[in-house]
Design a protein around this ligand. Structure first.
Ligand SMILES: Cc1cc2nc3c(=O)[nH]c(=O)nc-3n(C[C@H](O)[C@H](O)[C@H](O)COP(=O)(O)O)c2cc1C
Length: 263
């Protein structure tokens, strides 16, 4: 089965992994234009100002030198309103949407909260006085990307499924009994399974889901015990996007405890 048949966001969910080693190939103007075309409408509806910054390896100099990263040089600067937890949640949701689009184009990505020089990164983007630079997403061609393209979709799915530990489905639905889990609709299970594949800071997977049979809604909550204070709102947004893609159709209300209406 060729890669070209896989163009849906759920396919990206199923093959995306954090990429820490990149080829030295720059992101050329054509690809940059395509990414900007993805960013423009997202910035318009999200109230964020996500910017593609190319060829600034100094931002990742320490991580590239230590060997934690290789050839990291381009990034999405996630800029949004200051002191606004809901905007940080939207940042997770919408920047992950860009991550998944980039994945379908054969690009690799890595969310970074620690492995970058934030001050250096801020020098290369626009940040208004009422805005701040939340986080970045490294973007570029994964190491050996030409050989990688030859690999089948199924192989990439298998790598995604096994490359890191994950909390179990039961942990992701910790507030539910086995009976409640068995009675929940298929779209709920598919949503949670997509959220299990989502990136989160230090792989803490801080979000817990539940299904309410009384009104047919799902809820997403941050588990304070996960110890993800710094990135919890961002990771909530990422997890909600993955859930929504897995569930197929529907929409979230923003916020910790926000509800999902399936359509
Ligand atoms: C908000 C956020 C910040 C992150 N910061 C870093 C970082 O500074 N350095 C790093 O190597 N990985 C970072 N990661 C990547 C996570 O470690 C990674 O997503 C997680 O281990 C799950 O692995 P996966 O993305 O391959 O599914 C970050 C992820 C998120 C969502």
């Amino acid at each position: 089965m060729g890669r070209m048949e896989h163009t849906q966001l759920i396919d990206a969910v199923n093959i995306r992994t954090a990429i820490r080693s990149y080829d030295a190939d720059p992101i050329d103007d054509d690809v940059a234009r395509q990414l900007d075309m993805t960013l423009d409408p997202i910035n318009l509806i999200s109230g964020l100002d996500i910017q593609l910054v190319r060829d600034q390896p100094k931002v990742f100099a320490a991580a590239n030198e230590s060997g934690h990263l290789k050839n990291a040089a381009n990034y999405l600067a996630i800029v949004g309103p200051k002191d606004d937890d809901e905007a940080r949640e939207r940042a997770g949701f919408y920047a992950e949407r860009v991550v998944l689009t980039a994945t379908l184009r054969g690009l690799g990505t890595l969310w970074v909260g620690g492995s970058w020089d934030r001050e250096e990164a801020a020098r290369h983007c626009r940040i208004a006085r009422d805005q701040e630079l939340y986080l970045a997403v490294v973007i570029g061609y994964p190491e050996h990307h030409l050989e990688r393209l030859q690999r089948g979709y199924d192989e990439l799915v298998e790598y995604q499924r096994t490359h890191r530990p994950t909390k179990t489905y039961e942990q992701f639905t910790a507030g539910m009994s086995d009976e409640e889990r068995a009675a929940a609709p298929e779209w709920f299970r598919a949503g949670v399974e997509a959220a299990m594949k989502a990136p989160s800071a230090m792989n803490r997977q801080p979000v817990v889901f539940s299904y309410n049979p009384a009104d047919g809604t799902a809820a997403a909550r941050i588990d304070p015990a996960a110890g993800d204070e710094h990135c919890a709102a961002n990771d909530l947004g990422i997890a909600k996007l993955h859930f929504q893609i897995g569930a197929g159709q529907g929409q979230w209300a923003w916020g910790d405890g926000g509800l999902f209406l399936h359509k």
